[in-house]
Design a protein around this ligand. Sequence first.
Ligand code: NAP
Length: 239
Amino acid sequence: MSVQRVAVVTGANRGIGLEISRQLALQGMQVLLTSRDDARGRVAAQALAAQGLNVTCRQLDVTDVASVAAFRQHLERSHARVDVLVNNAGILIERQATTLSDLDTEVLRATLETNTIAVLRVTRAVLPLMRKAGYGRIVNLSSGMGQLADMQSGTPAYRISKTALNAVTRILAAELSAELSGADIKVNAMCPGWVRTDMGGPNAGRSVEQGADTAVWLATLPKEGPSGGFFRDREPIPW
Ligand code: NAP
């Protein structure tokens, strides 16, 4: 008998994270939709549950050490397993025209805190459960704006945070593949493209359904699938 997989999605009360939650639940997973604002998370989870999907919500502010610790305790007590972690929560808080010379270091710090360091924090909270089960799929929502192969000016804090997230992805993948346990744990980064959300704005070319697709594909990779890669539209892209 196959067990129902448990998926955790961060920043899932709106945007791409909400759509990833919906698509994972449609695949039969039990989805823990997490949100830093409990009330907004509850509204989002209830809307999906009303469609017959197995989605519940849990408060999780990825930048708050106490919130992540409480979330970890909840997972250990109530779920005992996490098969999928989608690190989706992200911020873009500078203007497009910001230059590196003008960049407020507090903006850089805050952006790195959410987009890079918090990903590491949440991943560390979940990894022990994946190691125990010998299975895990970790998906990091990165961006083409973090690609060194195509690095340009504009929104420098966001770009730096996503480049660093890509490094986190590769280092963790290398560490996991070197572990002797033989656990089937994969970690990949992906770019959803330019998506119509609060972050992407109304002029973006892609729907949330399109933006979520590659993350869901990576979250459901078979054992022989890739780890340590960077993808858009289910295809590898340069770092
Ligand atoms: P969005 O509409 O702005 O939604 C961002 C989500 O992240 C919200 O749910 C927000 O929660 C949450 N969040 C922010 N800080 C958080 C924190 N400290 N703890 C928990 N949740 C937090 O963004 P999106 O467009 O869906 O983007 C999702 C991901 O895709 C991001 O990582 C983004 O960088 C990446 N991405 C997006 C695009 C695009 O075109 N949209 C392109 C490339 C990459 P609140 O509602 O509480 O603020």
